[in-house]
Design a protein around this ligand. Structure first.
Ligand code: NI
Ligand code: MN
Length: 225
């Protein structure tokens, strides 16, 4: 799969012939100022929860691309009421979109939309159906529920929050990688704000010591996994 990092927790992923976009927070992100959201034409936008650093550009990009918004029922129907395409889900459920399958996983965090609208529960996603299966954690604490993800799936790549303070930090992300039984980790939710600035060297060392590869991509770069 071909992955482009748009900053914070936002990734564009070409998966089995479909363009997926996760948690678009680009225009308010000073670090991502070189990304032009008008060039993004995803087929689906997956939204882990309602916080502004995950939904800021959902409406604009969905309107321009007709992308279907896949999110918790409360978030999906919020955008549906604005005339956008949506597919509502909830934790524990899965759906076959044809070229890919989504399972909504538990995330231990909070969730509300920027205008105060109740956003249901935060979630992560397991994407399967293509040659690889990957896990996108969303914003979450380390939780024993991740053990089930590792038991029931062969996770080839895991996108894990790593910035601490609001989510897992480095050590907990290493533990999460162990629970989901994945050796190839893409870090997210780091360095965007002072509260989540991480020491890259320390992070790389912690994952290497656990026998795992950590990728901390630069914004705007595309790579293949
Ligand atoms: Ni959040
Ligand atoms: Mn966040």
């Amino acid at each position: 799969m071909k992955i482009t990092f748009y900053g914070h927790s936002c990734f564009g992923i070409e998966y089995n012939g479909v363009r997926l976009l996760f948690d678009p927070f680009i225009t308010p992100n000073e670090l991502a100022k070189d990304i032009d959201i008008n060039t993004l034409r995803p087929d689906f936008i997956l939204v882990s929860h309602g916080h502004s650093d995950h939904v800021a550009d959902v409406e604009t990009i969905s309107r321009a691309s007709n992308a279907t918004i896949v999110a918790a029922y409360e978030i999906a129907s919020y955008y549906g009421a604005k005339g956008l395409n949506y597919h509502p889900m909830n934790i524990g459920g899965s759906w076959d979109f044809g070229k890919f399958r989504v399972k909504a996983t538990n995330a231990v965090h909070s969730s509300v939309l920027p205008d105060g609208t109740y956003a249901g529960n935060p979630m992560g996603f397991i994407i399967s159906g293509g040659p690889q299966t990957f896990y996108y954690s969303g914003d979450t604490a380390l939780t024993m529920d991740m053990q089930l993800i590792g038991q029931k799936n062969k996770i080839d790549v895991a996108f894990l929050c790593i910035g601490d303070n609001f989510t897992m930090g480095i050590e907990d992300a290493v533990s999460a990688a162990g629970l989901v039984r994945c050796d190839t980790i893409v870090g997210m939710h780091f360095d965007t704000f002072p509260f989540i600035t991480i020491n890259h060297e320390r992070a790389q060392k912690a994952f290497a010591e656990a026998g795992k590869q950590l990728i901390l991509p630069s914004i705007g770069t595309t790579f293949e996994l």
